[in-house]
Design a protein around this ligand. Sequence first.
Ligand code: BTN
Length: 279
Amino acid sequence: MNKPCSKSSIQRGEIVELLDDSRILAILSPVSQQRLVHLDVLDTVDSTNCYAWTQRELEGSYACLAEYQWAGRGRQGRQWISPHGSGLCLSIRHPYLSDVPLFPLDGLSIALAVAVAQVLLEFGISGIGLKWPNDILWQKRKLAGLLLESNHKKNLREVVVGIGINVKIPVTQKINPDWVDLYTIQGNATISRNLLAAKLIDQCLETLITYPHKGLTAFMPVWQRLDLLKGQQVTLLQGTQHLISGIAQGIDEQGALWLKTAQGSQRFVCGEVKIQWSS
Ligand code: BTN
């Protein structure tokens, strides 16, 4: 069941700023206020991506956020786990009409990762990097991830981008040393999740709208600056069994990863990268 969200709560003795649709809408840029046809803030939902797909008959962009997802989805069929109120679980659904040029989804997913990274940089979160295709890391630990889904029928192509960011994971949940949250990065300073949500919606809507016309070119300088893989010895897992080792050489204009392997340079459009960090 999807429950509406109240405005504040106390969890484990600490006041938590709950997500608030009217605050987010008020902070959105004027252009986003025009572009977004509706925003839902939910307390509990299976997955904001699933919920966004169920919203029918919306002529324009739609966004939803939830305090808690009981079936949050990650890339490669993984789960996305985020305790209540501890993260940002945001999905934006955007329709492309037939007059918009067709574009590679892999490139859009890269552009959106750059967009999310730019928002975090604007919040003063330094030291972040990007791991192909769209993970955001801080000191080799995962801070955020994106899940891009699409649906193409008749003259309409729609995408849902799901963004998960660890904001303040309860101490009792901090069991995985490979993960990190904004609260830890910022030396125990709390950031406003409503402000973060609004800035993410602004930046992602702009990216969703401009990417088909501009391609990845405009996003490449930031990607190259934040690319954590380039020059690293990596292993790419394709499917459940196929492993390819090589040195990452960066991405191309379609968003594909190039690896220098024993067989020469090879191009990859999907897979999960493991890094053997050299430093
Ligand atoms: C990943 O790194 O594997 C991608 C994680 C994406 C998680 C977000 S949280 C909001 C949206 N709803 C989901 O079910 N998943 C995405």
